[in-house]
Structures are given as C-alpha cells and as structure tokens.
Design a protein around this ligand. Sequence first.
Ligand code: GZL
Length: 307
Amino acid sequence: CGGGGDSGSGGGKDDGKLVLGFSQVGAESGWRTANTKSIQDAAAAAGYELKFSDAQGKQEKQIEAIRSFITQKVDVIAFSPVVTSGWDSVLKDAKDAGIPVILTDRAVDSQDKSLYKTFLGSDFVKEGKEAGDWLVKQNEGKTDPVNVVELQGTVGAAPAIDRQKGFAEAIKANPNIKIVKSQSGNFTRAEGKTVMEGILQSTPDIDVLYAHNDDMGLGAIEAIEAAGKKPGKDIQIITVDAVKDGMQALADGKINFIVECSPLLGPQLMDLAKKVKAGETVDPRILTEETTFTQEQAKAALPDRKY
Ligand code: GZL
C-alpha cells in the first residue's frame, strides 16, 4: 500500500496480513505435489500467512486441521476434501465462528450450500466423458469387443466417483466396449502397480486400461511391462491429470490419451480468499480451464509444461 497507506483490504490479525488455513489431502500423486506448490507459491506472492496442513489422506486429520484453524481464528479456511461426505458438522462450526470456507479441487456432498462460499475445481464427470469419447472414437465402425480395465481413484473421492460416471456414460455409445474389471488404486503409483499386477493375473484379454490419474497409469505400466506386454500397444492406456511424468509416457507412446486436470489453483484461490474475507459475493462454482492430449500434442507441449 506504500507510505503509511491504510492496509484496508484485509482482515488478518496484528499485521493486517490475511491468514488462510489450508487442509490438503496428502501427497499421494504428482498432481497433489503440484497443487500444493501452486497454493504455497501463490500465498507467498500474495503476502498472505498460510497455515498449511497435510492430512496424509485421512479425513479425520482434515477435520482436526479445520477445527484448529477455527480455534486460531484464521480469516479464511480452504481445503480439498479427501472424500465427499462427513463434513457438515465441522463446516457448521466454521460458519458459526464466522469464518468463510472455500472448497478447492474436490467437492463435498453437503446439501447445505451455505456451508461454503464457492467450489473451485474441475468438472470430473466431463473428464471421464472426454476419456470415454476418445475410446469410442478410436473404435468407430469396429465390431470386435473392447475389454476395459478401470483403475479408480480413492474410494469415495469426488474425482473417483465422477470420472467413473462420465466414462461409463460415454462408452454406452458402443456396446462392444465393456468394463471387465474396476478396482481402486487410491490415486497412487504404487497401488496402481500392485492392483494391475493382480488384474493381469486374473483377467485375460485386456484391450484398454482407463486409469483415473497418471500416477496409477504409470504404476500399471510397470506391471504391464513386467508381464511382457507393450503398454500403449498391446494394452491402450487412457489417464487423467497430464502431469510431467504422464505426458512423457504419452510422448513415448506408452500412454495413448490424457485428459488434463489442472492443479494450478493457487492464484485463483488467493483471489477468492481476499474477496470472501472482504465479504464480497463470489460465484458458487468456479471451473478450471483444461484440455486433452494425444501423443503428438504431448510431444509439442512437454517443453512448456509447468508441472
Ligand atoms: C483431481 C485430484 C486428484 C488427481 C489425482 O482434482 O483431486 O487427486 O486427479 C490426485 O492425481 O491424487
């Protein structure tokens, strides 16, 4: 604000700095790491005090963190809910304490929309649909069966629920495309590998793998190669996120199509935090921009990828 100018815009406590409490899901994937960096970098650039908590994938740790932010009387609370349900009680406490809440990345199933000011994140149903539409297009005019294995994200998480829904809806366009096995790999590379090892043992004739994120797809690639099959050729692979390792595998021909899900929510979150702190009305749903990548597009995009 320059010489003695009134800080005006902000609540904050003693030094006028906006204090933001953020509860993060964990550090389960390349996407999550990039998301955390975006939030931390944007808070620093905005000059906000960020109280950051990593829940290691546990809802009870997120609820604990949110209660702690309420006790500390932060100006704004934001979080990415690891699963959709079980938040009403702690969100009511935040509301009763007069602390605005912003949902980032993942949604909650609370019926009471007054419990949070906005949800900033992707449309996961659309992401699943994009993945399914690509597969339908790949099989246009063909009649042979297409057996799909699906590696789902964390059980109960909004992206897992909605990416499954969007994909299943899209592939109805071709009855030869069938999901023959669907199992959670919890969004991690390690679990994607172990789950795929089991599926390769139990499920003959796999034509396609649809993984709800790059990390599970990359783990599955290790299992597919160990089984003596060529990922991207013997088994076509579709994933979601478009983090650097996924894009590299796409460019190398081991993945066939990636639907982007941007983790770079930090700057928009800081702008929203300032607005809700000032009592301004914000849109209840803010969608992030994202696209899709073929192998050729990945080769062109890789040099400029930020994450
Ligand atoms: C999506 C995000 C998902 C990513 C995964 O917005 O919640 O969680 O797709 C991450 O990589 O673990």
